[in-house]
Design a protein around this ligand. Structure first.
Ligand code: AMP
Ligand code: FE
Ligand code: FE
Ligand code: ZN
Length: 297
């Protein structure tokens, strides 16, 4: 049983459409995949249809952009009710801010002597409902201003670089209750990854667990062995679900091959049980698209 609980499609900053992604998952021998695009549910419908056709388990999810102590922090939400208006509205607000910053980033890049336009960024990301810096990076690569996404981030787009512009993002303290009210299961994505490692200490995780955080994504390429060890202790102490995942972005990110990190079946069981409990507590029945389509084998 191979389970990958964090993958992106081209509805955000992955490079494959949801059906292609599910096809790859089937051919890679994955049994269960969670689609977790940044701040959008736009890929769910196509992913569910492809999953049914291919007999791959599909867990609809979303990776919510949050901000904590001035740092970017990502919150995975599994099986939230997409029709829960307050969560949908919050995601729309984040996406609007993503759109609004593109001209501001372009202005900065142009001021730094780069040739680039808003149009070519938008044209190059037609499948995306959630525009991200990777789409700007892709445009820079097409123009020959960078060799790949990583170089574009390192030179221009990462925090502290000349083209960086922040976006609106809720605090995790605000996002977690929204996910719970939508009957979803909140799990902290790569808590000691690049952006969040400085601010997410053990006390912060304990505080978020108090608010209903259900799990930690521990087996992720951004975490080295000692980090994973330390996080496993935290998860054990707080009785949190432990997940592992690729954070696959298609061709957009190296080192994130589908299924390169996985989640144990008993941890997925806990997650699904928590989803049922949260949906009941939120008074939201299982939504047709939000019920996990997965085969036990
Ligand atoms: P945004 O959502 O616009 O804030 O962009 C963040 C996304 O950019 C992340 O989810 C990653 O997919 C990607 N990303 C962040 N840092 C890097 C980097 N150094 N190299 C390549 N991709 C990155
Ligand atoms: Fe991403
Ligand atoms: Fe992330
Ligand atoms: Zn991700």
């Amino acid at each position: 049983m191979r389970i990958d609980l964090h993958v992106h499609s081209n509805r955000s900053d992955g490079t494959d459409d949801p059906a292609t992604l599910l096809d790859h998952a089937a051919r890679t021998g994955l049994d269960v995949v969670a689609l977790t695009d940044h701040d959008t549910f736009a890929g769910w419908e196509q992913a569910v249809a492809a999953a049914r056709r291919l007999g791959v388990g599909l867990i609809p999810g979303v990776e919510i952009s949050c901000r904590y102590a001035g740092r970017s922090l990502h919150l995975l939400a599994y099986l939230p009710d997409a029709d829960y208006a307050p969560l949908d509205a919050e995601l729309a607000r984040i996406r609007a801010s993503r759109d609004e910053r593109v001209p501001q980033v372009v202005e900065r890049l142009v001021r730094n002597g780069l040739d680039i336009t808003v149009e070519e960024i938008v044209d190059g990301s037609t499948a995306a409902t959630s525009l991200g810096r990777p789409h700007i990076a892709d445009a820079l690569v097409r123009r020959g201003h960078a060799a790949d996404r990583r170089e574009a981030f390192d030179r221009w787009l990462a925090e502290g670089r000349p083209g960086y512009v922040g976006k609106y993002a809720p605090s995790p303290q605000a996002a977690i209750p929204l996910v719970l009210a939508a009957g979803g299961v909140p799990v902290l994505a790569h808590p000691r990854g690049r952006a969040s490692r400085v601010v997410v200490d053990d006390a912060v995780i304990a505080e978020l667990a108090e608010l209903g955080l259900a799990g930690l994504e521990i087996d992720h390429i951004d975490h080295d062995a000692p980090t994973r060890q330390a996080l496993r202790l935290v998860a054990a102490n707080l009785d949190l679900i432990v997940t592992g995942s690729s954070d696959h972005h298609g061709a957009g990110k190296i080192g994130h091959a589908l299924g390169c990190e996985t989640t144990a079946p008993e941890q997925l069981e806990r997650l699904l049980e928590q989803a049922r409990a949260n949906a009941t507590a939120a008074g939201r029945g299982a939504q047709p698209v939000a019920s996990p389509v997965w085969r036990a084998s």
